[in-house]
Ligand binder design. Structure first.
Ligand SMILES: [Zn+2]
Length: 93
């Protein structure tokens, strides 16, 4: 049986479509991100790093938000942060 594969939207390499090569993403139909793990990581670093730098969000606020603290989530929303990386997947706020 052929395993489903996916071409990464960023590096355009083809990988087996599984949790080893792609991060999970509940927002997409098949449950995986459109870019491979290394590319996704890179992208996260760019967006996450940029947002943190530009908006001066405290690391402690992100940590609290990851734990689901309502006041931290509200603070990030106020700063127009739309999603956070919880270490495994992007979580929309
Ligand atoms: Zn890639």
């Amino acid at each position: 049986m052929d395993k489903p594969t996916r071409i990464c939207s960023r590096c355009e390499d083809e990988f087996p479509l599984d949790a080893k090569h792609f991060y999970r993403n509940r927002a997409t139909k098949n449950g995986f991100h459109s870019s491979c793990k290394p590319c996704q990581k890179e992208r996260m670093r760019e967006t996450y790093g940029m947002k943190v730098g530009d908006l001066k969000v405290k690391a402690s606020t992100f940590r609290a938000a990851k734990k689901g603290r309502p006041e931290a989530l509200a603070e990030l929303k106020r700063l127009n942060v739309t999603a956070i990386w919880n270490g495994r997947e992007m979580v929309r706020l």
